[in-house]
Design a protein around this ligand. Structure first.
Ligand SMILES: *[C@@H]1O[C@H](CO)[C@@H](O)[C@H](O)[C@H]1NC(C)=O
Ligand SMILES: *[C@@H]1O[C@H](CO)[C@@H](O)[C@H](O)[C@H]1NC(C)=O
Ligand SMILES: *[C@@H]1O[C@H](CO)[C@@H](O)[C@H](O)[C@H]1NC(C)=O
Ligand SMILES: *[C@@H]1O[C@H](CO)[C@@H](O)[C@H](O)[C@H]1NC(C)=O
Ligand SMILES: CC(=O)N[C@H]1CO[C@H](CO)[C@@H](O)[C@@H]1O
Length: 850
């Protein structure tokens, strides 16, 4: 670095310090030709310039690289200026060897991911952890760490700290080598060390406090030139910025105790991640918008949507019980399609907040109570005629009308209205002007051809004497599997005399298998007797099944399966799985405890060892015509790629529990037999990225543990081609978009007047082919299923067709004049509801006529 640059940077920092409203400014030295990132209570600053940040989490590991450009571009289009990702230690350093093997290829190419963010002129946040939780296997810690002598994870423990520091340095070096930190001219403006440590600090007491201080110092020592953050860690040491994770950080979090640090929100859950056994998770666009508007109205200057796009936990990458589909309810769904109105409503919110930027970053904030539970938060710069107001109604049931600066405003329940000039409502969190859409799944002819299945049986059920690892008592599962497989066989054999068996034929002895988790399938004398499982909350469980025993030698074989390693809490290195205690009830002699009977163990399945899910390994076993409804069976068939570009999914509804592969790529664990409270499986559709597929003859291979009918498995495509609008004539914030010119607010509308308007817009490369429904009056229902109400303008269909058919996007007036409706339908205000169908076909009239 030249002296000139150093001087320039110092001058810049002085200027920044003069601007700051409260407290000191933390300095990050300018290195190379990059930008300086600083902060104070108010905000982060980029080269001394304050900024507000809308960030979204997109994890590179959860989508194939060919999808990354589209996801990042859609995030930018949604009004984000930051993309955030964790770094996942266990996939980058899967083995600890003499020579370490690192993997930064393909889906794990984090460098390429950050470069794409930079190509889109966006900032990035890197959350290194390296413990990340993230519903990721073992919270991102490699399995081999468990085997490091005397290790205790995430506390003041030398072996852990040594390995953690090595990995953090490795990641920082890789990022620096690629010039990815802002200080080097790259996109990364923030880095995170550790993750939600606070509750562990409580558990580990002083050792926890020592560790987190060490972690902060170790991180700062890496000299990235950008600030470090710690999420959910109130007492972040020194210059590290503590950040909030939660649903409502604007109301539940007072901000950093150190008043020189800004209010940043690193995880604002857009729904809730799901584990097997969970019903669908929802968080409405309105509720998220409320929470974000609230956070900015109390002085927050950065929010991060967790997740903006969830994606898929491919293969065995999910944490215990976490299903492959991840945050499908995010603004971009599992497949990267716009989930409307969430995506559009948040885009509109970001636009509204950007109009307030100046006041939010430099204005003086005051709070003015209006009526009970309703207040105005005002940011003002009187000398510059800048004034911004947030009218927030915290009532959850009551809408209200308030008077603010001499004008009346309707403020719906649980809402915030944003007034970037203290006069005009440009956005209400409760009024969605963005379009809606509906996701549909479709048969594709070429995938149902050749629905011919073959099978391979997992050989014989193993017996004790065939097992190579024999011990008096059953061994712990992870110690055996080393997390290379979900499956371990536990076998034992024992002799019974005739008078041990129950005299009455109708009374059967009962097998009892206690397991630390997560699921078991039991066989007695080669006969399937049943399966059982724990849950995310209670992993340990007891399997109790009646069985037939015989005089002489009996054989028990239990296939114990895990569903990933746990990703949260203290002492993760001590978590156990697998068979624990085994006994038999109901023999004449009473209970027979087999726990110390001598156990044989076999790790993994024959099909896994031979990799029969790959084209290469497939030929190493004999496949036979499939017989259905059998446990422990591998099934396979071929299918051709569906034409077009819509995402592809596999509907696994007819199966039980197992694992799914396409062309050797693991699509994840499936578990259809485990129903949630509403009687449905948590996930039955499995994403197959098109980049996993070739035109013809793709190999679909699955391992089924319990039994099912694979010929009813379907290959489908996914569309969000039904686009809708549902907007009332008196939505307070009905203008499509706004611009601020000097201190004047200007509405940007399609026409030249300020009539309310609704926009319908098709996915890329598609146009509106058909208006399926149109009503102006008091229509009912949701996108995909609207019905006319008692009041309906007859011209609606015709007007909408004329305006929209054949177009990629159209703008519709939301006013009774436009549709020839009676000005006042009895007891209602006019609402426009439209459902249109988008499609790729270029002949709109033919499609509309069908
Ligand atoms: C910094 O900028 C100078 C002049 O623009 C250029 O010669 C130099 O290569 C740059 N250094 C880096 C590290 O980019
Ligand atoms: C408060 O934050 C400033 C700026 O980051 C830092 O320099 C200072 O050490 C912090 N104070 C304490 C008590 O941690
Ligand atoms: C797992 O194996 C390690 C030795 O590698 C041993 O110290 C530990 O006790 C084992 N854990 C269990 C639960 O058996
Ligand atoms: C459509 O909505 C009506 C009521 O508006 C409801 O009775 C019906 O079940 C819905 N149909 C579907 C398929 O959701
Ligand atoms: C991981 C986590 O803390 N999740 C929380 C998110 O918010 C909901 C509702 O506020 C909590 O129930 C979860 O525990």
């Amino acid at each position: 670095m030249s002296l000139r640059v150093r001087l320039a940077a110092a001058a810049l920092l002085l200027a920044v310090a003069a601007l700051a409203t409260t407290g000191a400014v933390a300095k990050y030295e300018l290195t190379k030709n990059g930008t300086v990132i600083t902060y104070d209570r108010r905000s982060l600053m980029i080269d001394g310039r304050r900024e507000i940040f809308f960030s979204g989490s997109i994890h590179y590991t959860r989508s194939p690289p060919d999808q990354w450009p589209d996801l990042i571009a859609k995030a930018k289009e949604g009004g984000l200026n930051v993309v955030e990702t964790y770094v996942f230690w266990n996939i980058h350093e899967p083995e600890k060897d003499v020579v370490r093997i690192y993997n930064f290829e393909g889906r794990y190419d984090v460098i390429k991911f950050f470069k794409l963010i930079q190509d889109n002129d966006m900032y990035a946040m890197v959350r290194i952890g390296p413990f990340v939780q993230a519903e990721w296997n073992h919270g991102g810690l490699p399995y081999w760490l468990r085997e490091v002598p005397d290790i205790v994870f995430r506390t003041n423990n030398e072996p852990f700290k040594t390995h953690m520091e090595k990995f953090v340095n490795l990641v920082v070096k890789k990022l620096k080598d690629a010039n990815l930190f802002a200080s080097q001219g790259g996109p990364i403006i923030l880095s995170q060390i550790e993750n939600e440590y606070q509750h562990l600090e409580v558990a580990f007491k002083e050792e926890g406090t020592k560790y987190i201080k060490w972690a902060a110092q170790m991180a700062i020592k890496t000299d990235t030139g950008v600030p470090w953050i710690m999420c959910k860690q109130t007492k972040a040491p020194g210059e590290v910025i503590p950040t909030c994770n939660g649903r409502n950080c604007g109301d539940t979090w007072p901000g950093p105790l150190n008043k020189t640090k800004p209010l940043l929100w690193t995880e604002n859950w857009t729904a809730q991640y799901r584990v097997f056994g969970d019903p669908p998770s929802q968080r409405s666009a309105e509720d998220i918008a409320f929470a974000v508007a609230r956070f900015f109205s109390v002085g927050g200057t950065m929010t991060n949507y967790y997740m903006y796009h969830g994606g898929t936990n491919f293969g065995r990458t999910g944490a215990s019980f976490v299903m492959p589909r991840y945050y499908d309810e995010a603004p971009l769904d599992e497949f990267g399609l716009y989930k409307e109105p969430k995506w559009g409503h948040l885009r509109d919110l970001h636009q509204a907040l950007r109009l307030c930027k100046k006041a939010l970053l430099w204005g003086t904030a005051t709070t003015q109570p209006l009526v009970e539970n309703v207040e105005a938060r005002v940011f003002e710069m009187p000398e510059q005629k800048v004034c911004v107001a947030f009218l927030s109604n915290h009532h959850t049931k009551d809408d209200t009308t308030v008077t603010f600066r001499g004008q009346q405003y309707f403020v719906p329940r649980h809402s915030i209205s944003i007034l970037p000039d203290c006069k005009t409502v440009v956005f209400s969190t409760q009024h969605v002007n963005a379009q809606h859409n509906q996701r549909t799944f479709h048969f594709v002819d070429q995938t149902v051809q050749n629905n011919v299945w073959e099978m391979f049986n997992e050989e014989q059920i193993p017996k004790y004497k065939q097992a190579n690892i024999r011990t008096p008592r059953p061994l712990e599962h992870y110690n055996l599997s080393k997390d290379k497989t979900d499956y371990v066989w536990y076998t034992t054999s024992f002799r019974l005399e005739a008078d041990d068996l129950p005299f009455r034929r109708d009374i059967k002895p009962v097998l009892e298998v206690a397991s630390h988790g997560h699921a078991t399938v039991a066989f007695v004398n080669d006969v399937f007797v049943g399966c059982g499982h724990g849950t995310k909350m209670n992993k340990a469980f007891l399997l109790q099944k009646p069985m037939d025993l015989k005089k002489g030698v009996n054989h028990i074989a239990i296939l114990a399966t895990t569903l990933g390693m746990q990703d949260s809490g203290a002492y993760l290195e001590k978590r156990q799985a697998g068979v624990n205690l085994v006994q038999i009830q109901g023999l004449n002699a009473g209970t027979l405890d087999l726990t110390g009977n001598g156990w044989g163990h076999i790790v993994g399945l024959v099909g896994e060892e031979k990799q029969i899910y790959t084209d290469k390994g497939m030929g190493s076993v004999g496949w036979k015509p499939a017989v259905f409804d059998r446990p422990l069976t591998w099934y396979k068939r071929r299918f051709d790629m569906p034409s077009g570009e819509d995402p592809v999914v596999i509907d696994m509804s007819p199966m039980g529990k197992g694992f799914l592969f396409v062309n050797g790529e693991g699509l994840g664990r499936y578990w259809i037999s485990y129903k949630h409270a509403l009687g449905r499986p948590s996930q039955h559709l499995y994403h197959v990225p098109r980049s996993f597929l070739k035109e013809k003859g793709n190999a679909l291979v699955l391992f089924e543990e319990e039994g099912g009918k694979p010929d009813a498995i379907m290959v489908l495509t996914v569309k969000r081609d039904n686009v809708c609008t549902f907007m009332s004539e008196n939505n307070p914030a009905h203008i499509r978009s706004w611009e601020r010119k000097d201190s004047q607010l200007t509405a940007v509308v399609a026409g030249d007047d300020l009539k309310p308007s609704a926009v319908l817009s098709c996915p890329p490369k598609k146009t509106i082919q058909q208006v399926v429904f149109a009503s102006f009056g008091n229509p009912l229902g949701i996108c995909g299923n609207y019905t006319v109400g008692s009041c309906h303008a007859t011209r609606a269909q015709e007007v909408v067709e004329k305006e929209c058919v054949g177009k990629q996007s159209c703008t519709l007036d939301v006013s009774h004049e436009a549709y020839g409706a009676a000005p006042k339908c009895p007891g209602t205000t006019g609402t426009l509801a439209v459902q249109a169908k988008c499609s790729k076909r270029p002949t709109p009239n033919a499609a509309a006529a069908q």
